[in-house]
Design a protein around this ligand. Structure first.
Ligand SMILES: *[C@@H]1O[C@H](CO)[C@@H](O)[C@H](O)[C@H]1NC(C)=O
Length: 293
């Protein structure tokens, strides 16, 4: 009996509200079509701009708050995937466009030099040979006259909410076939390197080329794996991230308390087997960089 009553109500309602329903449906399909076509037209331009969505779409989809003087009057959307909590690592697909990546490589090519290594007690150039075999160049956003690094640096600051003055200059690296970087920490353990004025708390890697084979960024200790003391620093194991042109990788080297190095942030670059790997690295520091330009 109960079911029948409900059904009665339902038919009564549809009769009474047929016209408003049809009207609302029309409006719904009109907007569905409109948004659909807006999204489609954006996906066709390949997401070149920093803010691929139009202002109109943002202000209807979200109810924006009045921002402070240093804030934004629009929504920023930077998609990411959590790759790991140990270490805290995020992946940003399509962080930069193909044109931006190619522009950075062109600027960097001029100044390439063999990459240096921060040495520990007892280490010298001779006994650390082969640990890091890439070539690279440091370039600050202000030195890059194309303006691409400036745009990328702003976007990294937005993605991390750490002001750009906390970043070192970009280190742009090239790895040719067989070149690698054995596993290491980006943060400097004071016990090994002496007291640190400023510490690298996080690293952002922007892959500038597709690598046909090899060249992955690896985290051998991800989630506590391989931490029994048997790990060899050139072994390419654990969580591996395949470089893809335009994609970004962010990971934190310090725990949230900011004082202790996360042991699972150990990472390295597997040797390139086929192709050439270019990557732009931004080290983000807990102290402001005094010489930030
Ligand atoms: C910081 O946090 C880590 C992880 O929770 C912890 O192991 C470490 O002892 C903390 N360091 C300090 C100085 O509190």
């Amino acid at each position: 009996m109960k079911g029948k009553t409900v059904r009665g109500n339902w038919s009564f309602r549809t009769n009474k509200f047929t016209f408003p329903y049809v009207f609302l449906l029309c409006i719904f399909f009109f907007f569905a079509g409109f948004f659909g076509s807006t999204l489609f037209s954006h996906s066709q331009d390949g997401g070149h701009g920093l803010r691929p969505r139009s202002r109109f779409l943002e202000s209807t989809e979200y109810n924006l708050m009045t921002a402070g003087d240093s804030g934004d009057d629009s929504i920023t959307s930077i998609p990411f995937q959590v790759l790991s909590w140990k270490p805290r690592a995020l992946y940003f697909p399509n962080f930069a466009t193909a044109e931006q990546c190619e522009g950075i490589v062109d600027v960097a090519k001029a100044g390439l030099k063999p990459s240096a290594l921060a040495l520990r007690k007892g280490e010298n150039e001779e006994n650390t040979k082969g640990v890091r075999t890439s070539s690279g160049v440091f370039l600050s956003a202000s030195e890059d006259k194309t303006g691409i690094l400036d745009v990328i640096e702003q976007k990294i600051a937005r993605a991390t909410m750490i002001p750009r003055t906390h970043g070192e200059a970009f280190n742009i690296l090239r790895y040719e076939i067989g070149q690698r970087y054995n596993s290491h920490y980006d943060a400097f353990n004071p016990a090994e390197y002496g007291p640190q004025k400023s510490q690298r708390m996080a690293s952002f890697l922007l892959y500038l080329t597709n690598v046909e084979e090899g060249g992955e960024t690896m985290f051998p200790f991800e989630n506590g794996l391989n931490m029994d003391g048997s790990y060899e620093y050139e072994d390419c194991i654990g969580l591996k991230i395949r470089p893809r042109k335009g994609d970004g990788l962010l990971f934190y080297s310090l725990f949230p308390n900011g004082s202790t190095i996360d042991p699972t942030s150990l990472h390295g670059s597997c040797p390139v087997i086929k192709g050439e790997k270019w990557v732009a690295t931004k080290w983000i520091t807990n102290e402001e960089q005094a010489d930030y330009r």
